[in-house]
Design a protein around this ligand. Structure first.
Ligand code: ZN
Length: 318
């Protein structure tokens, strides 16, 4: 049976759910679709992630408005991927904040990434004509940026933990509430996308730093909010997915086998644990391709274009 390209045949809407994690701290999950969040300051809001289009973001903001009518002062983007950033115009934020490397990546490959992600996951691009263009961060940082929330609310700490899912991922950490918005650096029972990743950094020091924050509640890039022991389990699962993938691909790479053999070996090894998770079949060819490049000494991820997506897909899943 031929598999449909990436998530192009996944056209059934997911049910979104908003949870109040602490007073003024909100997470919206959607059965494996990208998660978003919002944090209240005394007289302003910080939103975390922007979804794929302004129309998609508008649905989230309409629901959020039932809980708070404070204006969005800051929109934080965890990384540059289109389904996380292109809805930014809906927020009317005074500041769009991202890591400085995220801004560079948008300049270097934002347009190609937009076209690639639109082809892979068309359902997420609700009313794509509402996207006014690329999203440009207006404030960038390299290591850490602290937003005081005012009153008794404590701080929101935006932290770079090292290269991981992309070159410039940041997490949003509420030390007082011990709540972490981890972006795509951690997934809870959803497959990882690693086509733009730095696997060795990610599964090593970067996840160590994420874990060291000691969150009681964690909102990953996709999947449900996890709490208590579930936090360590989600980090461990993310690490296991990465290390298994690297182990399988390395074995084939070392014996000078082919990329297709590496894909088949990885698919066989990961399917029992992860095959039923959202986007597993979609992401695996792109993931294995990037692991292969990394093991071949390709330092930075090769830019994904709509054409390259199809050619890697046909080679590995066709
Ligand atoms: Zn991503």
């Amino acid at each position: 049976m031929t598999k449909s390209f990436a998530s192009s045949a996944d056209l059934t809407d997911k049910q979104a759910r908003i949870e109040v994690l602490a007073p003024g701290v909100y997470a919206r999950t959607a059965e494996g679709d990208p998660n978003v969040g919002a944090i209240e300051g005394e007289d302003f809001l910080v939103c975390f992630e922007a979804l794929a289009t302004p129309a998609a973001a508008e649905e989230w903001l309409t629901a959020l408005r039932e809980l708070t009518d404070k204006p969005v002062r800051h929109l934080v983007l965890s990384h540059y991927h289109a389904v996380r950033v292109l809805g930014a115009a809906a927020f009317g934020a005074a500041e769009i904040i991202a890591h400085e490397l995220t801004r560079d990546l948008i300049a270097e490959r934002g347009q190609q990434d937009w076209e690639s992600e639109y082809g892979r996951m068309p359902r997420l691009f609700k009313h794509p004509e509402t996207i006014p263009g690329l999203t440009w961060p207006t404030v960038t940082f390299s290591d850490r940026l602290v937003i005081p929330l005012g009153g008794e609310r404590g701080d929101l700490v935006l932290q770079y933990c090292g290269r991981g899912h992309t070159e410039g991922d940041v997490v949003a950490w509420l030390p007082q509430q011990r709540i972490l918005f981890a972006g795509d650096l951690v997934e809870a029972q959803a497959a990882l996308y690693t086509g733009d990743a730095f696997h060795h950094d990610w599964m090593g020091p970067t996840l160590d730093r994420v874990a060291a924050l000691g969150a009681d509640q964690l909102v990953g890039g996709r999947g449900e909010v996890v709490t208590g022991d579930g936090v360590a389990a989600a980090v461990a699962q993310t690490r296991h997915f990465l290390s298994e993938m690297v182990r399988c691909v390395r074995e084939v790479h070392d014996r000078q086998g082919s990329l297709k053999e590496a894909f088949d070996a990885t698919h066989a090894a990961l399917s029992p644990d992860y095959g039923h998770w959202p986007i597993f079949e979609h992401t695996l060819p792109f993931d294995v391709s990037r692991v292969w490049d990394e093991l071949s000494g390709v330092e930075r991820p090769v830019i994904w274009t709509a054409e390259r997506d199809r050619s890697v897909w046909d080679q590995l899943q066709g």
